[in-house]
Design a protein around this ligand. Structure first.
Ligand code: ZN
Length: 402
């Protein structure tokens, strides 16, 4: 030690070298222990057993990691209840739906998978896959239709058994199932709606095509202008890392009010990993005994499972079919001719036809639609790769909209 407590240059170098050596030794030891630990016990030599018994700390760490991996793997697994078990649970759920005073439904990607719509933001969601540079192969979204679950929810609302629906899906299928606008909060936006935020109140434009083809994270202009004030329109999608500030179609006001009044929350087809981050939806400020009762329908684990009054491991369409049967309600079938999107949609103005290239939602051939919304020309051809094909989305990323 040099005078004054500080080390000389040489001493510092030597100390650093010794530390490096020590770290390397530790790494080697860990590698050796890990190799022995992975062997079946019967195949370990006496020397190897000796090494293990002298490396308690490393073995404990390896065990801890193995358990964590196992837990994560189990959470990813899709579990299905046996048919009788699912039926019994659906009967219990039907009793809850009948007696609930204020029932709110939270929906996720799992209710749309039957419509061949991939999750927007989940681990296999479109944005996640695109970020990893992987291509998207999916059915053309304009062909997607509300599922049995969407139709059942609209029917439950019509019968006053469900008061509000909060969805993290952007696919617009709740709206297209006939659920009134006021009864939906689309927390992450709706891919068929663009808005003018320069107009007060914001002016909404429902379209029959996906408005997001030129938009991306932090770039929301769609390339079309407001018919009233001429300002640029923006999409309504809320990406990861963005805060949704639009009043509609997010409708946070109604979502929060519904949650505060709810005595029962039914979660359908959501991993709840994103929804759990919105404390307002779970009345976390209330004491646990005064929070709404939770019912969860999902094939995989959710972070709210332990708090649920009942967890149903089943596909949403299967559970809803059982539930509606138990309630004695007939599930309305979806009729494209009556799809509300055709009534709500704002037609493009002359000169705007070339502003999108995605295949629009089209009424069946020969359907009798009001003149205002009937397509005036043949829809443009779909882009290769279908909805959100990779090349298309990459092009969209490069294009600046503002
Ligand atoms: Zn405007």
């Amino acid at each position: 030690m040099a005078a004054g407590g500080s080390l000389s240059r040489l001493e510092r170098k030597a100390a650093a070298r010794a530390e490096l050596l020590q770290q390397e030794e530790q790494r080697d030891r860990r590698r050796q222990v890990s190799r022995i630990w992975r062997k079946p016990p019967a195949e370990r030599s006496p020397e190897e057993c000796q090494v293990l018994s002298e490396s308690d700390d490393v073995v404990r760490e390896l065990e801890r990691r193995r358990k964590r991996r196992e837990r994560l793997r189990r959470r990813q697994e899709e579990v299905c209840d046996e048919p009788e078990e699912l039926k019994r649970k659906a009967i219990e759920l039907a009793a809850v739906v009948r007696s609930a005073k204020h029932l709110v439904i939270y929906t996720g990607a799992g209710i749309s998978t039957a419509a061949s719509i991939p999750d927007y933001r989940g681990p296999n969601g479109i944005w996640t896959l695109l970020q990893k540079g992987r291509s998207i192969r999916t059915a053309d979204l304009s062909e997607a239709e509300p599922t049995l679950t969407h139709m059942s929810i609209a029917c439950l609302h019509k019968h006053n058994l469900v008061q509000h629906v909060v969805s993290q899906n952007c696919d617009g299928l709740h709206l297209r199932s006939g659920l009134p606008r006021t009864a939906i909060s689309e927390l992450h936006g709706n891919m068929y709606i663009e808005v003018c935020t320069s107009c007060t109140p914001n002016r909404e434009y429902v379209r029959v095509f996906d408005v997001t083809e030129r938009t991306a994270l932090h770039r929301h202009h769609t390339g079309r202008m407001c018919h009233k004030c001429g300002a640029q329109l923006r999409d309504t999608i809320v990406h990861f890392g963005e805060k949704g500030t639009l009043r509609q179609p997010l409708n946070w006001e109604a979502a929060t009010e519904a949650a505060s009044k709810a005595d029962v929350i039914l979660c359908l087809g959501s991993s709840l990993k994103v929804l759990k981050k919105y404390p307002r939806l779970w009345c976390m400020s209330k004491p646990p005994t005064r929070r709404p009762k939770l019912y969860i329908v999902n094939l995989q684990w959710t972070p709210k499972d332990d708090l649920a009054a009942l967890k149903l491991h089943g596909r949403c369409d299967d559970v809803m079919r059982l539930l509606m049967e138990e309630l004695g309600l007939e599930i309305p079938s979806y009729d494209r001719v009556r799809d509300p999107i055709f009534m709500l949609a704002e037609p493009l103005r002359p000169g705007e036809e070339g502003t999108h290239s995605r295949k629009p939602v089209a009424p069946p051939r020969g359907a009798d639609l009001p003149a205002a919304v009937a397509p005036r020309e043949e829809p443009p051809p779909a882009r290769p790769g279908g909805w959100l094909g990779r090349g298309c989305a990459k092009g969209a990323r490069r294009r600046k909209s503002n």
